[in-house]
Structures are given as C-alpha cells and as structure tokens.
Write a protein that binds this ligand. Structure first.
Ligand SMILES: NC(=O)C1=CN([C@@H]2O[C@H](COP(=O)(O)OP(=O)(O)OC[C@H]3O[C@@H](n4cnc5c(N)ncnc54)[C@H](OP(=O)(O)O)[C@@H]3O)[C@@H](O)[C@H]2O)C=CC1
Ligand SMILES: O=C(O)[C@@H]1CCC=N1
Length: 266
C-alpha cells in the first residue's frame, strides 16, 4: 500500500516531527505509518495521530515516498541496513541522527539514493524547533523544498552545507540542554533570594523566552539589547560584570564547541 511517510523511531524527536507535519495538515494521518521497536511507543503515537503503527520497520517503509529515520545513532547502521533492500528506489530518506554523515548513509543505502541529513532540535515539540537540512546530490531542489516545508511545520528550517552541521549542533541541536542549565542556575539564584522554586522557574523561563523572541522579531543585535537593559551604575551591569569575571562566554563557547567536536568524531 502506497504511503506518503514512514517514521522509524517514535521517541522524542520522531514523535515531534510527525505531530508537527500532521498538525499543519501537510500530510494526512492516513498516509503515514510509524514504526518503533517498542510496540507501546508505536501504538501510542499511532493512536494520538490516527495513523497506522507497527513494530516492523521493513513493512513500514515498503512503498513509502519518504522515510524519516529517528533512532539513536548507535542503532542507525543496523536499522538502515535492514531497510536498504525495501526502501523504494525513488523514496526520499531523511536521517536526523547526530554524527552520521551523508557519506555513511550513502554507504549503507547506496549513493544513488535520495538522502537528506537533518539536524532538528527538541523545541520542535512545541512548534518552536530549529532544523538544518543537507541534501545529497540525488535530491532535486523541489524535493529539498518539500522536506524544508515539512520541517518548517514545527519551527524554522534552513538548508546548510554539510560541514556546517557541527555548528548547527553547537548552536541549536544540543543547546536546549545548556540553555536549561542556565535557566536552572537563574532559578537557583531566585530561590536563594527567597522565591518559591516553581515561581523561580516561571520567571527565569519567561525571561529567556522573551529575550529570544525580542531578538528574533526585531533583528536587534544581542549586544544592543544587553546595553538597553544595563543602566549606568545599575543592577544588570553588576551581573554582566560577574559573568565576565566567571568566564561565562568562554565556558559557553567551549561547551558548544565540545558538542560540535563530538558530532565530528561520532
Ligand atoms: N533528542 C534531541 O534533542 C535530538 C535528537 N536528535 C537525533 O534524533 C534521533 C532520535 O533521538 P531521540 O528522539 O531523542 O531518541 P529517543 O530514544 O527518544 O527515540 C528513539 C526511538 O527509537 C526506538 N528504536 C530503537 N531501536 C529501534 C529500531 N531498531 N527500530 C525502530 N525503533 C527503534 C527507541 O526505542 P527504545 O527507547 O525502546 O530503544 C525510541 O523509541 C537520534 O539519532 C538523535 O541523534 C537530533 C536532534 C535533537
Ligand atoms: O546529544 C544527542 O544525542 C542529540 C543530538 C542533538 C541533540 N541531542
């Protein structure tokens, strides 16, 4: 039976991606099949979306126009090898695995296959994701635009050359984790100043959300917004000064570049 989309791996990212696509009405749920090694995971997602669910990856990809592979990188080789003979020759295969290059995917699937390497991030779960897309040479501009449209259903998506995916991991793929460390630290400070814990998270989270929203919507440079908040002899410049003394910028750069280096080494 022909279907528009097969998803392999119904975890955090796979679920967010397919929910975004169906929610935006880009692909009808009845044209989708989702597959996971765990029966509970595939039937939960299938039930939420009203699409077909299975534990049989091979049956899921048979006659699918597009296959999105969303399993952890350590399972990817086995999963892709197991599908290579069944995926339709003209199907678009999308991998979101960290550290898995187009060359490696072509080695597993065949270099004549249409493959797009995508690096999304977890805010896709609330339709605020940021994804990069890198097609191989077999993918046409129209096909790439279609994948971009699907990934824009849950946030922003931009095409980047493959060598920039390490930068994408540093800035957006992995960064929700270090932004959370920052939010936790802000909330800890508010708790230390006497605020109840739950209220502290609300204040810290809304401040981070609002700052990013302001920068994205206005195009204002972050340094300009920082200067707008920092009154002469005020509270904010005290905090900025303490951050600089503590090596905050260098710590963030080192952290993000560690993520990039790991992505290169995987
Ligand atoms: N999490 C993130 O922030 C981001 C993740 N990514 C990439 O997305 C991919 C998925 O990550 P994430 O969603 O977090 O992982 P999850 O563990 O949440 O989801 C992966 C799912 O795949 C299932 N699975 C494992 N083996 C198979 C198999 N052989 N066939 C079918 N399904 C299988 C897992 O089942 P079980 O749990 O039982 O093993 C799990 O349900 C990774 O490659 C990661 O690099 C990319 C950007 C951001
Ligand atoms: O660390 C990970 O495995 C994934 C890749 C990008 C974000 N998280």
């Amino acid at each position: 039976m022909h279907k528009e989309l097969a998803l392999i791996g119904c975890g955090n990212m796979g679920s967010a991606i397919v929910k975004g696509i169906v929610g935006a009405g880009l692909i009808d749920a009845c044209d989708i099949v989702v597959s996971d090694v765990s029966e509970a995971a595939s039937s939960r997602l299938a039930g939420e979306l009203g699409c077909a669910g299975t534990c049989d990856n091979v049956e899921a990809v048979r006659d699918a126009a597009m296959v999105i592979i969303a399993v952890k990188p350590q399972y990817l080789d086995d999963v892709v090898r197991g599908l290579a003979d069944t995926v339709a020759p003209d199907a678009l295969v999308v991998s979101i695995a960290a550290g898995v290059t187009l060359a490696r995917l072509e080695g597993l699937l065949g270099s004549e296959r249409k493959i797009v390497r995508v690096m999304p991030n977890l805010p896709a779960m609330v339709l605020a994701g940021m994804s990069s897309l890198t097609p191989n040479a077999q993918v046409s501009a129209e096909e790439c635009a279609r994948v971009q449209e699907l990934f824009e259903s849950f946030g922003r998506a931009e095409v980047v050359p493959e060598h920039l995916i390490d930068a994408v991991i540093a800035a957006s793929g992995s960064s929700p984790a270090y932004v959370c460390v920052f939010i936790e630290a802000l909330a800890d400070a508010a708790v230390a100043e006497g605020m109840p814990r739950a209220q502290a998270y609300t204040f810290a989270e809304q401040a981070v959300l609002g700052t990013a929203k302001y920068l994205l919507e206005t195009g204002v440079h972050p340094a300009v917004l920082k200067d707008m908040v920092s009154s002469p002899a005020g509270t904010t410049i005290e905090a900025v000064s303490a951050l600089e003394s503590g090596g905050f910028r260098a710590a963030v750069i080192d952290a993000a570049r560690a993520a990039a280096a790991k992505n290169r080494a995987m």
